[in-house]
Design a binder for this molecule. Structure first.
Ligand code: ZN
Length: 203
C-alpha cells in the first residue's frame, strides 16, 4: 500500500504557514514504513528538533483505478479515519529554501500515525465530517471537511491522473489550522465525529 498526502487544503492553514493558494490539489507520498498504528509509540527522531503534528482526515481506497472521473470517485473509497501527518518542520524549511525534495521532512518512518477506520456508510455525507486531536487532554486542532478547498472526490480524481490508486491505499487530505510541535511525553488522541479513533504516545 502507499500513503498519499494532500498539502495546502485549508485556507487558514495556508495563511498560518504563509504559503500560496493551490489551483490544483498538491500531493506527495509516504512509504508504508511511515505507518504507525494505535498502541505503538512514536519515537521522536534524532534528525529533527521541530516535529509538528498535522491532524488530517484520511480516506481508504477500496477499489483500484486510474484516471478516475470525479463523478465516479465516490465508488473508490469506503472508509475514513483521522491521522497525523508528522512533519520535520526544520528540515522542510531547509528543503524548500534549497528547492530540494522534502521526503526527509515528510516521509520518514512513523510519520503517519493512523486511527482505526470507520465505514463511510456510518457517517453523514462526506462534506460534513468533524474531526480533531487532543494534545495532553486539550484540543490542539479541530477541523471540518466542509472547509477543505478540494473535496475527497476531486482529490481521488486528480491523484489518479498521475498515480494508480490501489485498494488499501490511504489518502491524507490536508490539515486545518493549529499545527504545532510535539515533545517526548506528549499524548495525542484522535477524534472522528466526536468518537476516539486513535491514541499515540511520543517517546
Ligand atoms: Zn499534511
Amino acid at each position: 500500500m502507499k500513503i498519499v498526502c494532500v498539502g495546502r487544503n485549508y485556507l487558514a492553514h495556508i495563511a498560518e504557514l504563509d504559503r500560496e493558494l493551490p489551483v490544483e490539489p498538491l500531493f506527495f507520498m509516504k512509504p508504508s514504513s511511515a505507518l504507525l498504528l494505535p498502541g505503538e509509540p512514536f519515537v521522536y527522531p534524532e534528525f529533527s528538533q521541530e516535529i509538528h503534528f498535522e491532524t488530517e482526515l484520511v480516506i481508504r481506497i477500496c477499489q483500484s483505478g486510474r484516471c478516475i472521473k470525479e463523478s465516479l470517485a465516490r465508488n473508490h473509497y469506503d472508509a475514513i479515519t483521522v491521522g497525523i501527518d508528522f512533519t520535520a518542520r526544520d528540515l522542510q524549511r531547509q528543503c524548500i529554501a534549497k528547492g530540494q525534495p522534502w521526503e526527509i521532512a515528510k516521509s520518514f518512518d512513523q510519520s503517519a500515525p493512523l486511527g482505526t477506520f470507520r465505514p463511510m456508510s456510518g457517517l453523514p455525507n462526506p462534506g460534513d465530517i468533524a474531526f480533531g486531536m487532543k494534545l495532553n487532554g486539550q484540543w490542539a486542532q479541530q477541523g471540518h471537511s466542509r472547509d477543505m478547498i478540494f473535496g475527497f472526490d476531486r482529490i481521488v480524481a486528480h491523484v489518479s491522473r498521475f498515480v494508480t490508486l490501489e485498494a488499501g491505499d490511504c489518502i491524507f487530505t490536508g490539515t486545518p489550522q493549529g499545527v504545532g510541535k510535539v515533545h517526548p511525553g506528549d499524548r495525542l488522541e484522535l477524534f472522528l465525529e466526536g468518537q476516539a479513533v486513535g491514541d499515540f504516545l511520543v517517546k
